[in-house]
Write a protein that binds this ligand. Structure first.
Ligand code: GLY
Length: 376
């Protein structure tokens, strides 16, 4: 495995993803960004602050003009304008200008918020991603998608803003609670399903090693996901076409996230969404029953949920209609053609044939388990 992946944009070098097993090399990487005369603001959350903020701050303190740390409550519920405003307030008070740099130290929520502040503060300042969760290392820190939730809508306010550097310390995966780690596996398995059957089989062969967080196996897994994401974001940085395939499972997943009041983690909802999307793939004769069951077993083997209780199929359907990806009454689901290959499946919600509506409801019923409070 190399310890670097270069991400290009329109044929030119845009930024590097650095793979390491500690934070030591972060210093040299930041020096390459000429930070000596700059102010640095490390943005982190209440989970990560106690683990890594001091170490990263003391390393950055030595090489820049001034380094401050801003922290907010961990969790999706912080991914809102109020948190962004809190960071703006501090940047203004500390007189940060366009030459200064933000560092996102944490998981997907930290990366999305920091990237959004970087995209908007003074019409844009530089930022660096230091992802510390599996999900952020394999997905959200790469490709420049930034954003926040607004009212009932997830990720509906945002901007594309490429980081200057992504620095991955693989050892941070060891400190992740099992639930967080497993949630990240939802996105990892997704890569295998949509674009790399050999990787999907590798994951299945290495379940025990991955679950025990064997560092060398984890390095392969994270590296492979980053290679796959590189292919996609270089081809389609602004999600005009092929990047949409990364939303496999996400239309159902986002709806479940909302219906459960963000009680489930994003990666857990992606797992449920993958089951529903794979059900559609099976029912429209793209994959067979055995492949469908194998997918469910793979997700479950990594401790991911494949059913959810306490929500009705109709409430999930209603949330899907609310989804931002519904353009002019159409929603495009990503479905599997086979393991490692996808198709688009477009549904017209204004004029939906009965059999199509039944298919969607059946897909949702595959993952919803009846309980006292979900009858409707
Ligand atoms: N997380 C999906 C994407 O970056 O497009």
């Amino acid at each position: 495995m190399d310890n670097i992946i270069q991400i290009n944009s329109e044929g030119e070098h845009a930024y590097d993803i650095i793979f390491s097993v500690n934070f030591k090399k972060l210093k040299d990487e930041l020096l390459n960004l000429n930070i000596e005369k700059k102010r640095i603001c490390i943005v982190t959350d209440s989970n990560v602050a106690g683990l890594y903020a001091n170490e990263v701050k003391s390393l950055v303190d030595m090489i820049c003009r001034q380094c401050i740390v801003v922290q907010f409550n961990a969790g999706e519920l912080s991914k809102r304008q109020e948190t962004v405003n809190k960071i703006y307030d501090i940047l203004v008070r500390k007189k940060f200008d366009r030459k200064d740099i933000l560092i996102a130290l944490g998981g997907g929520v930290v990366g999305d918020i920091t990237g959004f502040v970087a995209a908007t503060y003074m019409r844009g300042i530089d930022y660096v991603q230091v992802p510390t969760t599996l999900l952020s290392q394999v997905d959200s820190s790469i490709g420049g998608k930034t954003g926040i939730d607004y009212k009932d809508h997830k990720n509906i306010i945002g901007a594309f803003k490429m980081p200057k550097l992504v620095y991955i310390n693989l050892n941070t995966l060891k400190s992740l609670p099992d639930r967080e780690f497993n949630a990240g596996m939802g996105e990892v398995i997704k890569y295998g399903l949509i674009m790399a059957d050999d990787f999907y089989h590798y994951l299945n062969k290495n379940i025990a090693k991955i679950k025990s967080r064997d560092l060398s196996t984890l390095s392969n897994v994270v590296y492979m996901c980053c290679r796959l994401k590189k292919i996609i974001v270089e081809d389609d940085p602004y999600e005009k076409n092929v990047r949409k395939i990364l939303n496999f499972g996400h239309t159902f997943g986002h709806a479940i996230e909302k219906c459960k009041g963000f009680e489930y983690l994003h990666g857990e909802c992606v797992s449920l969404g993958i089951v529903a999307a794979s059900y559609i793939s099976y029912k429209i004769n793209q994959i067979d029953a055995q492949t469908f069951n194998d997918i469910i077993n793979t997700l479950a083997s990594f401790g991911l949920p494949v059913t959810v209780s306490g929500i009705s199929p109709n409430s999930i359907l209603r949330e899907i209609l609310n989804d931002k990806k519904m353009h002019s009454g159409y929603i495009t689901f990503i479905v599997l053609k086979r393991i490692g290959k996808v198709n688009f499946y477009k549904v017209n919600f204004h004029n939906m044939p009965e059999d199509e509506k039944e298919l969607l409801i059946n897909a949702i019923e595959t993952i919803t388990v009846a309980s006292k409070d979900n009858s409707e």
